[in-house]
Design a protein around this ligand. Structure first.
Ligand code: IFM
Length: 455
């Protein structure tokens, strides 16, 4: 297995999942601080207060990345570190943290790839309605421009929003993520404002960016598969695909929301200005789609699993239900289906990106890791997962997909959102009691893959 000579090998993390130090150096509160501290929201009552203490251990973490031969590191910037109230007064100590991090990465020849939003909205903006309020998109534009101005010297590649589906729907409709709402109209609005925020940030970046800098977005996508070969199940899978994939990718690349989903949300009264049964109104506001679909420089894909969909006329959830996995699963019960990664990459290029550089910005697995007496984690299951997915990625390249790089999720075990610390995604084991980092076997395996550009 050999990858193209300039294939970029990296690992990813996100601010709230690794940094800790939530009250230090002027950082403001985020919606995830509030959510995690609300009893019953996160398994075991875990919070990101300390996480991997990366805020203090960033230097040794960068050295560890260098030891592992990483060529790129995808991290996210905590908006409330830069703007504790979300807007207005900037916090220079927040900027300083990321400046130091970026400097050291570059000194170790590791390419920094910055994500502007990985879910930690400043709580002050939530008080004003959060993503349900259109103004938040404009505050994001200001924050993005400030981040680029201050950190742009060292960061060439920028992702605006990570996984808007999670922020919008897990956060506002399904209640599993911050801010924990169960309000479909709010979720649909939030999804639009997240996309608008992306478009506004791209607009600001185009004015400020150097020619060698790039801006893109990162979506999590699934392969929605029909449970059986009936027409009804195929239609159910198509609806799920609309909910999960097309609702975000169509606006970004085709400049419009999918008609079937507009009709669905319109009929459910979930679009702004509609009552149930009213149908799709004249929405979104003029000009929004041009902003959202403005050209970007790369696309980031996060892929973990597929979704099996069965028609169910009685289900209020798009008239379908999702079925349990049919094959081996990770520790989170997510079905391991590497072949779907190849299919997805081919489809993304065919339907949306049309030759634009694509990166796998996240792929990995929570496994039941055991720290053995030899002080090692022999995570052969994770190695098999990574190898099989990389093989699928390689096949997609052979199919003609312009795939330029791969970031394993995650560098470190970390705060896995509503699952807390119970799920371990890292290629590096974190002993949370001592904060010691222990590269798992998968880390050594990945180092070798990077060295050989394959295996
Ligand atoms: O940990 C998350 C990450 O923050 C976003 N993508 C999926 C990962 C695994 O659930």
């Amino acid at each position: 297995m050999r990858f193209p000579a300039d294939f970029l090998w990296g690992a990813a993390t996100a601010a709230y999942q690794v940094e800790g130090a939530v009250r230090e150096d002027g950082r403001g509160e985020s919606i995830w601080d509030r959510f995690a501290h609300t009893p019953g929201k996160v398994a075991g009552g875990d919070t990101g207060d300390v996480a991997c203490d990366h805020y203090h251990r960033w230097a040794e973490d960068v050295d560890l990345m260098a030891d592992l031969g990483l060529q790129a590191y995808r991290f996210s910037i905590a908006w409330p570190r830069l703007f504790p109230e979300g807007a207005g007064r900037p916090n220079s100590r927040g900027f300083d943290f990321y400046k130091r991090l970026v400097e050291r990465l570059r000194a170790r020849s590791i390419k920094p790839v910055a994500t502007l939003y990985h879910w930690d909205l400043p709580q002050a903006l939530q008080e004003a309605g959060g993503w349900v309020n259109r103004d938040t998109a404009y505050r994001f534009q200001e924050y993005a421009a400030a981040a680029l101005r201050e950190l742009g010297d060292g960061v060439d590649d920028w992702t605006t929003i990570n996984e808007p589906w999670c922020a919008a729907f897990l956060g506002h409709a399904l209640g599993q993520h911050a801010p924990g709402l169960t309000d479909w109209p709010a979720a649909v609005r939030a999804s639009h404002h997240l996309l608008l925020a992306h478009g506004l940030a791209v607009q600001a970046f185009r004015d400020l960016m150097r020619r060698d800098q790039r801006v893109g977005i990162t979506l999590n996508m699934t392969v929605a598969e029909p449970a059986g070969d009936s027409e009804a199940d195929r239609a159910a899978a198509r609806r799920y695909d609309g909910f999960f994939n097309r609702w975000f990718a169509d606006p970004l690349f085709l400049g419009r929301y999918p008609e079937d989903m507009l009709a669905w949300y319109g009929a459910a009264g979930a679009l702004p200005g509609t009552a149930a049964g009213a149908g799709a109104p004249d929405w979104p506001p003029p000009g929004d789609m041009a902003l959202i679909s403005a050209p970007i420089d790369f696309f980031g894909l996060n892929y973990y699993t597929r979704t099996i969909c069965q028609d169910d006329p009685h289900s209020p959830f798009f008239g379908l239900r999702t079925l349990p996995p049919r094959g081996p699963v990770t520790d989170q019960g997510w079905e391991i289906v590497p072949g779907c990664l190849r299919d997805l990459l081919v489809r993304i290029q065919r339907d949306w990106t049309r030759g634009l550089p694509v990166y796998i910005h996240e792929n990995g697995a929570a496994m039941r890791d055991v720290l053995t007496e030899d002080g090692r984690v022999h995570d052969t299951d994770r190695i098999a997962f990574l190898r099989d997915h990389l093989e699928a990625a390689g096949q997609a390249i052979a199919d003609g997909v312009n795939l330029r790089g791969y970031f394993v999720w995650s560098l470190l075990d970390n705060f896995e959102w509503a699952w807390g610390y119970a799920k371990r995604f890292g290629i590096v084991y974190v002993d949370y009691a001592t904060q010691r980092r222990l590269p798992k076997d998968s880390a050594f395996w990945y180092r070798e893959v990077i060295r050989q550009n394959g295996w």
